[in-house]
Design a protein around this ligand. Structure first.
Ligand SMILES: Cc1cc2nc3c(=O)[nH]c(=O)nc-3n(C[C@H](O)[C@H](O)[C@H](O)COP(=O)(O)OP(=O)(O)OC[C@H]3O[C@@H](n4cnc5c(N)ncnc54)[C@H](O)[C@@H]3O)c2cc1C
Length: 385
């Protein structure tokens, strides 16, 4: 039995950022991961993730301001460049399933600048994009790419250099509160800690069951695919933005990043799986759907050169969880609801605050564990936001 101030369960992006934040504050912390660091079975691997201000509620837009500041702080602390600014386009076809007005109102409420563009303006500014007539777009110049696997590794490195203990190949099998502290159980022994942060994403539900917490999570196995454009110069950063197609089905994509290929994917297009029963194999039907869509929007994307699978963990309302368990506040939960990577350093800072005894402010109310959407089994899931 070894003792620490805090244990963090799961060393994906959120857990690694939390361990780094705690260690940098001088707390004694152990980060426990069931697999090896940098594995590809969860949600934080692969090359890139979108960082953006454009969101559908003022609460999220406000949190994105923290995210940009926290990424800048992480770059400073690690001495590495992590944010590649590309500009971002939210594309709303005629009768889009996702209302543009939500995004306009949210960014206006938070004073975030953007441009409203029509189809011809989009096509003339970005030759790689051919949206259908009647498409409107919101362009936000600060949208960027942050590195998924590399960003997570940077947090793990920062944590280790500040004295954190990172334990791998060690599944946590239980969390047992007692009057004097909390015991974190593993098959290789247990840890006695003052508080626990659970950042286990697709594996979260089973760890919280003993506390009577049901989150109504749905885990899907998503797929991203890479394409080799005929004219790479039309898809380079500066000539091509990150983009999101705000309809049902919804798709998103990136300019070339790290090499000459471009990446794209469908949002919430994968089959429902359990965390341990994912296939990991490329899905030809998902690739066909994406390729058909790109043939319309970005016909120069070229032929596909590879795909990767990755897990989404969806709450019923697709809102985050960033909250202590009300009945056991020494256990704190962080869950990104399949759009949390851009907020990883912010999750890290905020979860560390709460794990060290801080009380979450009202701005985090939308992410509480006891919100109706998580407590009411009859809540209708809504994932496209
Ligand atoms: C295809 C795809 C595209 C995405 N695009 C974006 C994007 O553009 N922008 C964005 O902001 N977000 C995006 N996301 C979402 C984002 O990647 C995730 O929200 C984020 O990575 C979640 O990080 P995590 O640390 O919570 O989860 P994970 O990386 O899955 O980490 C959880 C860790 O907990 C470990 N674990 C679980 N149970 C236990 C246990 N009992 N004991 C020990 N360890 C355990 C797991 O092994 C795992 O390593 C995307 C996700 C996917 C899949």
């Amino acid at each position: 039995m070894s003792s620490f101030d805090v244990a963090v369960v799961g060393l994906g992006a959120l857990g690694s950022a939390t361990v780094a934040a705690l260690a940098r504050r001088g707390a004694s912390v152990v980060g426990i991961e069931q697999f090896e660091l940098g594995h590809g079975r969860g949600a934080s691997h692969d090359t890139s993730r979108i960082l953006r201000h454009s969101y559908h509620t003022p609460a999220y837009v406000a949190l994105t301001k923290e995210a940009y500041a926290d990424w800048a702080a992480l770059e400073l602390a690690s001495g590495t460049t992590l944010v590649t600014t590309t500009g971002g386009l939210d594309l709303f076809p005629a009768n889009a399933a996702i209302p543009m007005s939500d995004y306009v109102a949210a960014m206006d409420a938070e004073g975030v600048r953007y441009e409203e563009l029509d189809t011809p303006e989009v096509s003339s500014r970005w030759p790689g994009l051919h949206p259908p007539a009647g498409t409107l777009a919101l362009y936000q110049a600060d949208a960027a790419i942050v590195p998924a696997g590399r960003g997570t590794l940077v947090c793990q490195h920062l944590a280790a250099t500040h004295g954190a203990n990172l334990v791998t190949g060690t599944p946590v099998t239980g969390i047992k509160p007692s009057r004097t502290g909390i015991e974190v159980l593993t098959r290789r022994g247990s840890f006695s800690v003052g508080s626990v942060v659970v950042t286990a994403d697709a594996w979260t539900q089973s760890l919280l069951e003993p506390f009577g917490v049901r989150l109504g999570l749905t885990v899907t196995e998503e797929q991203v695919s890479y394409f080799a454009p005929q004219r790479p110069q039309d898809f380079a950063v500066g000539a091509f933005p990150v983009w999101i197609w705000m309809d049902d089905p919804s798709f998103y994509g990136f300019p070339a990043y790290g090499d000459a290929t471009v990446k794209a994917a469908q949002d919430c297009g994968g089959p429902v799986v359990s965390a341990d029963q994912r296939s990991g194999r490329a899905d030809p039907e998902m690739l066909r759907r994406l390729t058909d869509f790109l043939a319309m929007l970005a016909p120069g994307s070229g032929r596909s050169v590879g795909s990767r699978r990755c897990l989404y963990t969806l709450t019923p309302d697709r809102d985050f969880v960033l909250s202590p368990i009300p009945e056991e506040p020494r256990v704190v939960v962080g869950l990104g609801a399949a759009h949390g990577f851009k907020f990883a350093p912010t999750f890290g800072r905020r979860l560390a605050d709460v794990a060290l005894g801080g009380v979450p402010g009202p701005e985090l109310d939308p992410f509480r564990l006891d919100r109706p959407a998580l407590r009411d089994p009859s809540h209708t899931s809504k994932w496209l936001v």
